[in-house]
Ligand binder design. Structure first.
Ligand code: 0O2
Length: 230
């Protein structure tokens, strides 16, 4: 142990206050983790029910993440908010994030409706970047929801950001994230790559529409879907 660090001259009050806030922050992050589990379970249940009803899964995969402390700090500073646990909980809606990757476009809206109907979930905000894509071509449906977690002696509402998108939207966003999102490039090359990414986003949306159309058309032609029991 580094003695110089260990013997730093801080008052017992300050030391206690510091340890308390670390423990509060850990507790809050654990609650967000619980909220993620609750939301994930809701989608898994819906996926299971859909697969029983229609013999296919509307959800391809689910990815969840807790925002990193560095990212939380940057956002608080950017928004000029006080660096307190209370202010973080009050103002940030995307500390807990659940991304649901859907098979088809229509699955996104079916799942959105199903979540809206659940009486323990409060939908705080919806941003439909599919109907209104971002200028760079980003598409996804975002929902900010409040969901209760049940602790030993209390019920605690927690905010979670849900992102619903197709496999094609996920591919584009994931690659765009690696190439461009929040990165600095020389001003003169930016328009060229922006235009190329927008073109790629539109091609990928055309693929979503095409696959959706093929699905609809083929569904009408199916004679029987009986499983082969031999
Ligand atoms: P990360 O790394 O995914 O956590 P906000 O910045 O959230 O306060 P904003 O811009 O209104 O305010 O939020 P919005 O538009 O709902 O977007 C939030 C999240 O959507 C981002 O989270 C990304 O995950 C995703 N997103 C939004 N725009 C883009 C985009 O142009 N490209 C890609 N690849 N993803 C996007 P974070 O926290 O910014 O990033």
């Amino acid at each position: 142990m580094n003695n110089e660090l260990f013997n730093l001259n801080i008052s017992p009050e300050l030391r206690l206050e510091f340890l308390k806030s670390i423990s509060k922050a850990k507790e809050l992050m654990a609650y967000y983790e619980c909220a993620i589990m609750e939301v994930e379970t809701k989608f898994k249940v819906l996926n299971k029910q859909f697969s029983l009803m229609s013999d296919r899964n509307p959800i391809d995969s689910i990815q969840s993440r807790l925002k990193s402390p560095e990212s939380i700090l940057n956002k608080m500073i950017k928004r000029n908010l006080p660096l307190t646990i209370e202010a973080i909980e009050e103002n940030l809606t995307d500390i807990a994030g659940v991304r649901v990757i859907c098979s088809f476009l229509e699955d996104i809206y079916t799942l959105k409706k199903a979540i809206e109907k659940q009486d323990d979930i409060k939908v705080l905000m919806i941003k439909d970047y599919i109907k209104n894509p971002k200028p760079n071509g980003y598409r996804s449906l975002h929902m900010i929801v409040e969901i209760p977690i049940f602790l030993l002696n209390e019920k605690r509402p927690m905010k979670v950001e849900i992102q619903l998108r197709t496999i094609a939207m996920q591919t584009w966003a994931s690659l765009e994230h690696q190439i461009f999102y929040k990165k600095n490039y020389p001003e003169d090359i930016i328009p060229l790559y922006k235009a190329q990414l927008l073109e790629a986003a539109n091609i990928s949306y055309e693929l979503d529409i095409k696959m959706q159309d093929i699905k609809k058309e083929t569904e009408q032609k199916i004679i029987s879907c009986e499983p082969d029991l031999d």
